[in-house]
Design a protein. Structure first.
Length: 74
């Protein structure tokens, strides 16, 4: 089969994104007492994803990783 000697960078995995994501110190999402809380959190996440240049395919998975407590029941 094809060898890995072609100098291609390794594929970016969810673990790579998670590492980069955590370096940005994202806020956890525990509960929203008002819709604006959720909107503010989403804006916060989008800024981080923009800075990281995160691919759309990974954004949802990374955001869900930061859900805690009651947010997981949605």
């Amino acid at each position: 089969g094809p060898s890995e000697a072609g100098g291609n960078p390794p594929p970016v995995t969810i673990h790579t994104w998670l590492e980069r994501f955590n370096k940005q110190k994202p806020h956890s999402f525990e509960k929203a007492t008002a819709p604006v809380d959720a909107e503010n959190w989403i804006s916060h996440m989008e800024k981080i994803f923009d800075v990281m240049g995160c691919e759309d395919a990974f954004k949802t998975r990374l955001a869900v990783y930061k859900f805690e407590g009651n947010a997981l029941a949605w």
